[in-house]
Design a protein around this ligand. Structure first.
Ligand SMILES: C[S@@+](CC[C@H](N)C(=O)[O-])C[C@H]1O[C@@H](n2cnc3c(N)ncnc32)[C@H](O)[C@@H]1O
Length: 242
């Protein structure tokens, strides 16, 4: 696994963050050292897939990057005749994801990897849909429509697993948890310069929202039961049942 050193030299101008080849090359190291609980969430996506995948249905990993959640779904699959669709609009991610899946060909026999914008992808006959730290990169004005489309394409009893970085309405709590997250990154080897330059790069690209905003929007989009099943500092994952 290549080490993420993208922001370790002082930059005169910091460009907006993008999922390009440079990021794709170090992505696994970057997300593991930046997102508290990332590995635990993948393990639980495997468990939730075991529980919720319905025979003959489709499963979707939307914003799959290198396929961490896709592999977790494939490993947890014990329902028959299912197809997993892994979708990302970064060609650098999709190219590397395909190579990773080819190495796990036995686990990933029913996996299709598509290069597409998840806002344009048809969701049909779905039992499990995963948005693992992807919705935060979709323009806020498009989020409701995307969630409504996902819910409409799901079978009754199907689930959406939505993981996101979040903010808190209470300023004290928000500052406290953001500070603890920075300590987490320092403890995983990022310098203050790296943390601050990456924060600037993400400022206009990753737009976090509050947990109540996510919950209310999921309910309005048609899900019948919504709650947080995982939280570590300002990162959480929700389960929304149709
Ligand atoms: C933080 S990464 C997701 C991590 C991944 N789900 C995992 O569990 O390892 C966000 C991904 O969403 C993708 N993405 C962002 N906007 C997208 C869009 N509109 N359509 C498809 N993919 C998108 C990015 O290219 C990136 O690979």
């Amino acid at each position: 696994m290549s080490k993420d050193r993208i922001y370790n030299q002082s930059m005169a101008k910091i460009a907006d963050f993008s999922f390009d080849a440079q990021v794709a090359d170090v992505f696994t190291d970057m997300i593991e050292r930046s997102v508290p609980g990332y590995r635990a969430i993948l393990t639980m996506i495997e468990t939730l897939t075991e529980h919720y995948a319905q025979p003959g249905s489709n499963l979707y990993d939307l914003g799959c990057s290198l396929g961490g959640a896709t592999l977790a779904m494939a490993n947890g699959m014990n329902a028959e005749n299912c197809t997993i669709y892994a979708v990302d609009n970064s060609s650098a991610m999709v190219e590397r994801c395909r190579k990773i899946m080819q190495r796990s060909v036995h686990t990933c026999a029913g996996v299709h990897i598509d290069s597409a914008d998840i806002r344009e992808v048809e969701i049909a006959d779905a039992s499990v849909v995963v948005l693992n730290f992807t919705l935060q990169f979709i323009p806020q004005s498009d989020r409701f429509q995307l969630l409504e489309k996902i819910c409409a394409g799901m079978r009754p009893g199907g689930v959406l697993i939505l993981s996101e970085k979040v903010i808190f309405k209470d300023d004290h709590l928000d500052e406290l948890l953001a500070g603890i997250h920075h300590d987490f990154k320092r403890a995983h080897g990022y310098s203050d310069l790296e943390i601050s330059q990456k924060r600037s790069a993400l400022e206009n690209v990753l737009i976090p929202e509050t947990i109540p905003t996510h919950r209310e929007r999921l309910l309005s989009a048609g899900f019948s039961s919504v709650d947080v099943w995982f939280q570590c500092f300002n990162f959480m994952s929700m389960l929304a049942v149709k």
